[in-house]
Design a protein. Structure first.
Length: 121
């Protein structure tokens, strides 16, 4: 094959192409890394999670990065958000996680005890 020298425009186009290819390779490596951080069962979460069939439409404002992250996971992200919120709700109910209402007036944790309502004695 005849080796010809590239023109300046051709060399510039070649360099730009190589830079773009390197960016694409880095994006692919990043995507694979992100994918490896997601548990294998994540795609089945919406179908397997015990979610009540009756839904209530609400409007909620999420942080932009949180909304973008869930949307990038693909179809069914509403159900995944619901599952995450349900898990947190159940953790609060089971006292695995403390909320502000899980402390007495002295700031002490009241694990496993029902919150005091009405008058405190």
């Amino acid at each position: 094959m005849d080796e010809r020298m590239r023109t300046n425009a051709q060399e510039l186009a070649h360099v730009k192409l190589m830079i773009e290819l390197e960016k694409q390779q880095q994006d692919l490596r990043d995507a694979r890394l992100r994918q490896s951080l997601i548990p294998e069962d994540w795609a089945d979460l919406e179908a397997t999670a015990p979610v009540r069939p009756r839904k209530k439409k609400v409007t909620v404002a999420l942080d932009e990065d949180v909304a973008r992250w869930f949307k990038r996971l693909g179809a069914g992200y509403h159900g995944r958000i619901n599952s995450v919120l349900r898990s947190y709700m159940l953790a609060l109910i089971s006292k695995e996680v403390l909320s502000e209402g899980d402390r007495n007036r002295y700031g002490e944790e009241i694990w496993g005890k029902a919150g005091v309502r009405g008058k405190e004695g």
